[in-house]
Design a protein around this ligand. Structure first.
Ligand code: 6R9
Length: 645
């Protein structure tokens, strides 16, 4: 299995990069063999501490417990703001690019400081204390960043909920972590369309009696309902607030944020991240993986509602004193040229996006790209799902003009920061390959018995030892934490992904091996969509699997069995789609609804998803063993009526 398609790091790039091949190997060796030395050095280099740690790291992967920089004291916002003010007060911290191409704003570090301090004081005045949870449900505007940092400044814990989630999904997340304050905006604006955030929040808050304060940013001035007791206009509250709020002294292991993500079972889990280790790995990877240099304009197109937005729009770049661009809109509005117009307008040097966006823009035609000036670009990145070689080639040739290395970064909400990725000056690229581990990361491939696979091979991707930005728990449910991540393979963190290791020792992610879908880079549990579908009174049973989709990577294919006497109809199909939108959000719309008279089950009643996945993918040659099925004839029927051919 030799991989001939190796792309050397473009020459000019390698000679000026922070880390070349030899340095990578030496630093990686040190990070594994002398972790005390390695991490002490990096922690001093990247972070300002109020008082030092007593121990670098302890962990136990039988239980998942981990502690980094134990007893160290720091505040994340001092690192992301205060310490830059003396030298960079007037430098831009955030470039905001509005949905409307005519709208943009430049926020300096001084302005960022003022806004964050004022909002921190507002939160305090509403009774928010260290350790309290604050829910942030915002569009992509600078106030979303202020809200995260203001929460961190006073030692509270933010839980950002993606603005595309429905009121029900928002309500579940608010209740699960008992947030008592919500920060939102009147409406969001995406692709020229309004998103009714405040109305959604109102609907959610009807079921959240503990929420005493809802701070509302004025974005569109759309009409909103107002609850005098609970609702506060952001601009009015800020106007009266003092512009300095002393940072809370946080312990390295105090929680920084909760971020909900989907797993293979049940409701989304509140992934808990703590302070120092998270910040360090976010900042280090931002510098080394993107080869960030002082003054670079850096743009990550993610939404702050996802972990990519947390680590690579907010914490990593701001900790490094970078210029970080946040974009309110969508890649195709006003037209498919928008990303590249923004690159040209703001002279973006580093650009980080998802394969799904690349594929959809690729489909629109090259002129949308080539009509723009992208000469400022130096490096491209991708994240969220495996990138197919065609999309990689297009990104490399058409967008980056074969001048910019591409970093294919594999990581997860739970890992907090990059785990597998080429360092651009050090590791030659292979289209579709996440290549090598970042410093301190020890990946292994395990066979089904949990034995480590040596050399080239394919297996379950697991991690052998703790890394600084490791998940520290599932909020409020440590049992679920251990069960999900540390029980499948004793003594390892299990990622839920499969991977292949080639002859160079490089890792190729093959996708999830559990019941988690990756739709346009968004994680979704099949169980979540199924629970939504069965809420409909006419539905007896539903089984959801992923199917191939040209743009989204994976589409949602739902097999639905109706109650006896009920008939399929277009009307019912629409009702089922809207139930998914209501329960989860527009990202959960099934692409296919297959009316299934029955589902293939084992005699013990377990749905054979393997078969359903194959039928949905139209891969019929190899259905595997069907002899354990209670009624093998259901399979023939499903095949005959399959929706993808
Ligand atoms: C950061 C993020 C995590 C899952 C992960 C994997 C997939 C992410 C990838 C990738 C192949 C890459 N994934 N990056 N697969 N190559 N470069 O996306 O976090 O939303 O938690 O998703 O996404 O399957 O397990 P999250």
């Amino acid at each position: 299995m030799s991989d001939t398609n190796v792309r050397p790091v473009p020459g000019d790039f390698a000679s000026e990069a922070h880390i070349d091949n030899e340095t990578y190997h030496e630093m990686y060796r040190c990070s594994i063999e002398e972790p005390e030395v390695f991490w002490a050095e990096q922690a001093k280099k990247f972070i300002d501490w109020e008082s030092p740690w007593s121990e670098i790291n302890t962990f136990d992967f039988m239980t998942g417990e981990a502690s980094w920089f134990t007893d160290g004291k720091l505040n994340v916002t001092v690192n992301c703001i205060d310490r830059h003010l003396a030298t960079k007060g007037d430098q831009t911290a955030i470039i905001w690019e509005g949905d409307d191409p005519e709208e943009s704003a430049y926020i300096t570090y001084n302005e960022l400081s003022e806004q964050v301090n004022k909002l921190a004081n507002v939160l305090k005045s509403r009774g928010v204390k260290r350790g309290d949870r604050v829910c942030i449900y915002m569009p992509m505007i600078q106030e979303a960043v202020y809200a995260m940092l203001a929460t961190a400044r006073i030692g509270a814990v933010h839980s950002v909920v993606f603005g595309g989630f429905s009121p029900d999904a928002l309500k579940d997340r608010i209740l699960d972590s008992d947030c008592q304050v919500v920060i939102t905006s009147d409406e969001g604006l995406r692709g020229g369309k309004k998103v009714p955030l405040k109305a959604n929040a109102d609907a959610a808050l009807r079921h959240c009696p503990n929420v005493h304060t809802c701070i509302v940013v004025e974005r569109t001035r759309g009409l909103v309902e107002w609850n005098e007791k609970r609702d506060v206009w952001y601009h009015e509250a800020i106007a009266e607030a003092k512009d300095y709020c002393p940072p809370e002294h946080m312990d390295a292991e105090d929680p920084l944020f909760i971020l909900y993500t989907s797993g293979s079972t049940g409701k989304p889990k509140g992934v808990l991240h703590t302070t120092a280790g998270y910040l360090l790995q976010a900042a280090m990877t931002h510098k080394y993986v993107f080869d960030y240099k002082e003054g670079d304009v850096y743009w990550c197109t993610a939404d702050v509602g996802w972990v990519t937005g947390h680590s690579y729009i907010v914490y990593g770049p701001l900790c490094n004193g970078a210029i970080t661009l946040i974009f309110e809109g969508v890649p195709t509005y006003p037209d498919a040229s928008r990303f590249w117009q923004v690159v040209e307008k703001h002279k973006v040097n580093i650009f980080y996006t998802a394969p799904t966006a690349i594929r959809s823009l690729m489909g629109a035609g090259d002129e949308f790209v080539t009509n723009t000036d992208r000469s400022s670009l130096r490096l491209l990145g991708t994240v969220g799902e495996p990138i197919n070689p065609e999309a990689w080639e297009w990104y490399y040739k058409v967008v980056g003009e074969e001048r910019c290395p591409i970093v294919d970064t594999w990581w997860q909400t739970e890992t907090g920061a990059h785990m597998l990725t080429p360092l651009p000056g050090a590791i030659d690229m292979k289209p579709g390959c996440a290549t090598v581990p970042f410093f301190g990361v020890q990946p292994v491939l395990l066979d089904t018995d949990g034995k480590e696979i040596e050399g080239p091979g394919e297996g379950n991707l697991a991690i052998k030892a703790s890394w600084p930005s490791q998940i520290r728990g599932v909020y409020g449910d440590m049992g679920r934490y251990q069960e999900t991540y540390f029980s499948a393979f004793k003594g390892y963190y299990f990622t839920g992904d499969g991977a292949r290791r080639d002859e160079d020792g490089h890792y190729w992610i093959t996708g999830r091996v559990d019941d988690v879908l990756n739709v346009s880079g968004h994680r979704m549990g099949t169980a979540e969509v199924e629970s939504a579908l069965v809420l409909h009174p006419k539905v007896a049973e539903a089984a959801v699997v992923g199917c191939p989709h040209d743009i989204k990577g994976q589409g949602i294919y739902a097999y639905v069995t109706l109650m006896s006497g009920e008939e399929p109809s277009d009307e019912l199909r629409k009702e089922l789609i809207s139930i998914c939108v209501k329960e989860i959000g527009p990202i959960a719309k099934p692409d296919y609804i297959h009316w299934a008279p029955g589902l293939p089950k084992t005699r013990s009643g377990k749905i054979m998803r393997r078969i359903l996945r194959k039928i949905a993918a139209n891969e019929l040659e190899n259905l595997g063993d069907t002899s354990t099925l209670a009624d093998p004839s259901v399979v023939d029927d499903l095949i005959e009526n399959r929706l993808i051919r």
